[in-house]
Design a protein around this ligand. Structure first.
Ligand code: SAH
Length: 262
């Protein structure tokens, strides 16, 4: 017999960190939730909208714990929905841009659970905007590529020279999860792009800990090391950054913000 499941799950994009970047729809879903499953990269301010009686489960690496296995998270969501709970799965950025939202939606639907998805502002967009440039400036770019620097285990890593060639054709390249592989990414891209191509890293975009580093493809690795830029960060490569590079916003970050405020 097929029992109708009374609860449901909403995959909610929590945006890049700043709670003011939540959508109204996201806030409404968080307010309604009776159970919240919260990812690592979700800004703390976002949870202020949750009702006090809601149960909050952190499923990221907070507190130095290993991250919760994906299968456990999915089983928990299914069980809570079966108990009639209104489950909100809060994911950093947009739930459908990396971060396994697609797999979660598939598995939940296969288990007969109703799933809704609420978009969020993806961190790559917030990171580029933090530098004061668009993804697609008509004079510099005809499109944008969102790429993960971290292939699924056993999966195929991106072929960076090919992506570099596409960037040379006027596509802004935005790389998520690329900090650990920065050197090999930049080396691969440099097979197809001049080393003076503007390249930037933005760490913790839209949060009080935000740091921005604008450099070139040839110098980024050394500059990132010197500025100790770490995860979570987005790498942006392309001529849309020309304006910021020319304004001399490198290497930091703090100084770039001070310059902007002057
Ligand atoms: N769904 C998320 C991405 C999840 S993958 C989104 O749409 O943004 C995790 C990666 O996102 C991190 O490795 C980092 O590259 C990026 N990221 C997430 N939050 C970030 C932030 N506030 N600033 C910079 N990069 C961030």
């Amino acid at each position: 017999m097929n029992m109708k499941i009374s609860g449901h799950v909403t995959l909610v994009g929590a945006g890049p960190g700043d709670p003011e970047l939540l959508t109204i729809k996201a806030v409404r879903a968080i307010r309604r939730a009776t159970v919240l499953l919260v990812d690592d990269l979700v800004g703390d301010g976002v949870l202020r909208y949750a009702r006090r009686s809601a149960r909050t489960v952190y499923v990221g690496k907070r507190g130095g714990c290993a991250s919760t296995p994906q299968a456990f998270i999915e089983r928990l969501m299914i069980a809570e929905a079966q108990r009639g709970e209104r489950v909100v799965r809060l994911k950093g950025g947009d739930p459908f841009v990396f971060g396994r939202g697609g797999e979660e939606a598939e598995h939940l639907r296969a288990a007969g659970v109703e799933v809704e998805v609420v978009n969020g502002i993806t961190s790559g967009l917030a990171a580029t905007t933090a530098l004061g440039v668009p993804w697609t400036h008509r004079e510099h770019a005809r499109g944008v590529m969102l790429v993960t620097g971290h292939a699924k285990e056993g999966g195929i890593a991106p072929h960076w020279p090919t992506l570099g060639a596409a960037a040379a054709q006027g596509l802004t390249l935005v790389v998520y999860m690329g900090v650990a592989q920065l050197e090999s990414i930049c080396d691969g891209l440099a097979d197809a792009l001049p080393t003076h191509t503007p390249a930037a890293l933005v760490q913790a975009a839209s949060t009080p800990r935000e740091r921005r580093l604008v450099s070139t493809l040839g110098a980024l690795v050394a500059d990132a090391r010197a500025a100790a830029i770490g995860s979570p960060a987005v790498l942006i490569v392309g001529d849309v950054l020309q304006g910021v590079a020319a304004a001399g916003a490198r290497p930091d970050v703090a100084s770039a913000r001070q310059q902007a405020q002057r």
